[in-house]
Write a protein that binds this ligand. Structure first.
Ligand code: FAD
Length: 216
């Protein structure tokens, strides 16, 4: 099995980094191969703009997704986009490792979605959901929070954590990626070392159940 981890955290001593390393260690066993896209380390540019295209057909309307599709089909997307697309195409599973920032993706990862899930590459007319161009790959969100589990219950101050995953999962489904059960490590800054170690063990069990045992 081939697994891509898209990792979005700026700090190598962070708990997100530890979760990313745990996944690499666990998933590399057997015949599996793992690649990491370390977005901060790569200085990934998250801003979709006209520099994303080596050539722009002057006859096309100045609409990002229209030019994106044309550039993809003519192999005219910027090199950094092509590299990420190649990695995603190579994988059977993609794991997104990130801290919950404002109840969603950190901007660097949102920008990765904007630029990598290109028209023509990830989806096209009538090529979405079950016919999305990244089908039949799987995707798993691995997320950390500051607020505790109790805050993310239906009656907690934020409400059910699932509501924040819904728009992300919808995007993944749109391009044909089937979401696996997410993993959440709550309040990682406020719990003690033993609890954090337990999260690392639980993540190992989660990956085993969601990915390794399924033999995706
Ligand atoms: P860190 O603080 O890096 O790590 C936590 C602890 O784990 C540290 O003590 C670290 O030393 C320790 N650690 C590291 N490696 C290991 C290891 N191998 N074993 C054991 N311990 C280890 N939170 C919310 O709940 N909801 C939000 O909407 C939200 N929005 C935010 C928006 C912004 C812009 C920012 C900056 C933060 C926001 N937060 C929010 C908080 C954010 O989600 C947390 O800061 C983040 O999840 C913590 O993860 P971390 O990896 O940065 O933790």
């Amino acid at each position: 099995m081939k697994i891509l981890i898209v990792y979005a955290h700026p700090e190598p001593t962070s708990f997100n980094h530890a979760l990313k390393d745990k996944a690499v260690q666990i998933l590399q066993k057997g015949n599996n191969e793992v690649i990491v896209s370390d977005l901060y380390n790569q200085k990934f540019n998250p801003t979709a703009n006209w520099n994303d295209f080596k050539m722009i057909d002057p006859n096309l309307p100045r609409q990002y997704s229209v030019i994106q599709r044309d550039a993809y089909l003519k192999h005219q997307l910027a090199e950094d986009i092509q590299k990420e697309q190649d990695k995603l195409r190579w994988g059977d599973v993609v794991i997104f490792q990130f801290p919950l920032w404002w109840f969603g993706l950190p901007a660097i990862l949102k920008g990765w979605f904007d630029r990598i899930f290109a028209a023509g590459y990830a989806y096209d007319k009538e090529k979405w959901f079950s016919t999305g161009l990244l089908h039949p790959r799987k995707a798993l969100l691995s997320v950390t929070t500051q607020s505790p589990l109790s805050a993310y219950q239906p009656d907690g101050i934020h409400g059910d954590i699932k509501q924040f995953f819904k728009p992300i999962h919808h995007t993944l489904r749109f391009v044909g990626l089937s979401p696996l059960e997410p993993f959440v490590a709550y309040a990682v800054m406020n719990i003690d070392l033993q609890e954090r170690k337990r999260y690392l063990t639980n993540y190992q069990l989660h990956l085993d159940k969601q990915i390794l045992q399924r033999r995706i």
